[in-house]
Design a protein around this ligand. Structure first.
Ligand code: ITT
Length: 206
């Protein structure tokens, strides 16, 4: 079965691809399919819900291509910021800051600034991921979540986004210090993607 993955984020793809490697499901990216980027895509993730955003994205690209489509929406919720930035995680730092430092570095600096005066025990945060699968006759959404603590400075070179600040107390490292395989074992994305994959395999009778 060919399944299109509606993401334009190469870092996400690096994590998603290994989870489908030993299955009959062949992942095709939007780039593989020559689906050109359109300005309207900017407005797909308009909800304050990962699940609704993932579903909107998968439905949009399913309509555009007619292919079985999977999309994911993910982000970080920081308790001291009342769950912000949530689905706005990519656009958290102001545009000028993102232009100056690059998106991920700006977001990390901005987050550190926002919680500068927050004490250790209140620096808890959670990565969330929703994966939507849209087929011709069916659609489903799967979720995953991992809990951690925001450090005071970045640590580690792997991963992307907020990984260098996302500390796992029980392991004593950040998610940027895990390999792709190790991160997938525990991550929000790993959990949600495995659930989507296993449902698809069952649906296909594979
Ligand atoms: P799409 O093409 O799939 O929409 P995107 O980069 O626009 O890709 P999102 O809107 O889902 O992705 O934004 C996700 C943001 O949440 C991402 O830019 C990171 O800042 C953060 N994030 C999500 N998952 C993460 C992870 O595993 N590690 C670190 N940060 C993560």
């Amino acid at each position: 079965m060919k399944l299109a993955m509606a993401t334009r984020n190469p870092a996400k793809l690096r994590e998603i691809e290994p989870l489908f490697r030993d299955t009959p499901i062949r992942l095709a990216t939007l780039a593989d399919l020559d689906v050109e980027q359109r300005p309207e895509e900017e407005h797909l993730e308009a909800f304050n819900s990962f699940a609704q955003n993932a579903l909107a994205k998968a439905e949009y690209f399913h309509d555009r291509t007619g292919l079985p489509m999977m999309a994911e929406d993910s982000g970080i919720r920081v308790d001291a910021l009342n769950g912000e930035p949530g689905p706005r995680s990519k656009r958290f730092a102001p545009p000028e800051m993102q232009a100056e430092y690059g998106v991920d570095r700006a977001n990390n600096l901005y987050l550190l600034r926002q919680i500068r005066d927050v004490a250790d025990e209140q620096r808890t945060a959670h990565f969330h991921c929703a994966v939507a699968v849209v087929l011709d006759q069916e659609s489903r959404v799967f979720g995953g979540r991992v809990d951690g603590v925001i450090l005071y400075e970045p640590r580690g070179e792997s991963g992307f986004g907020y990984d260098p600040l996302f500390y796992l107390p029980e392991r004593g490292i950040t998610t940027a210090e895990l390999t792709v395989e190790q991160k997938n074992e525990i991550s929000h994305r790993g959990q949600a993607m495995r659930a989507a994959r296993d449902w698809l395999l069952e649906y296909l009778g594979a």
